[in-house]
Design a protein around this ligand. Structure first.
Ligand SMILES: [Zn+2]
Length: 138
């Protein structure tokens, strides 16, 4: 990943992942180069119909971040065992394959919408496990 571009990072509010996300971005030499937008579910929160009221705020913030901070990239960081994914699944038992699908759908939606609204902006899609492993989805 190139470190010369400023980015907006979209991540979840889950307390277990705050330092993981921070350290991951630091390792990628992005310290001081990103704006952080944190909302329950990360990409799930800004794409799922269950959280429809939240979507506009996110896209408004992207617009402002492009104007004010000249961001060139959106880095989306979802995580495993996410409470927002559980809400979307609506099931008591939360299967890993169902969770993966919910993350994939959210990535697909955010990628498509970003391409429509801001075709020049790059996007990176990540899913972090509880053991801090980072999976790429693009
Ligand atoms: Zn979460």
């Amino acid at each position: 990943m190139s470190s010369k571009y400023k980015a907006m990072v979209l991540s979840c509010i889950d307390p277990r992942f705050q330092s993981i996300v921070y350290n991951y971005l630091k390792k990628k030499n992005l310290k001081g180069k990103y704006s952080l937008f944190t909302i329950a579910g990360s990409a799930i929160g800004v794409t799922s119909l269950k959280f429809k009221k939240w979507h506009k705020t996110f896209w408004d913030n992207i617009d402002i971040s492009i104007k004010l901070h000249k961001i060139k990239k959106l880095i989306v960081i979802n995580h495993r065992d996410c409470g927002a994914a559980k809400i979307v699944s609506g099931k008591k038992k939360f299967r890993r394959d169902i969770e993966t699908k919910i993350h994939k759908v959210s990535f697909k939606k955010i990628k498509k919408k970003l391409k429509n609204k801001h075709p020049k902006l790059k996007i990176e899609l990540k899913l972090i496990s509880l053991n801090k492993k980072v999976e790429r989805f693009n």
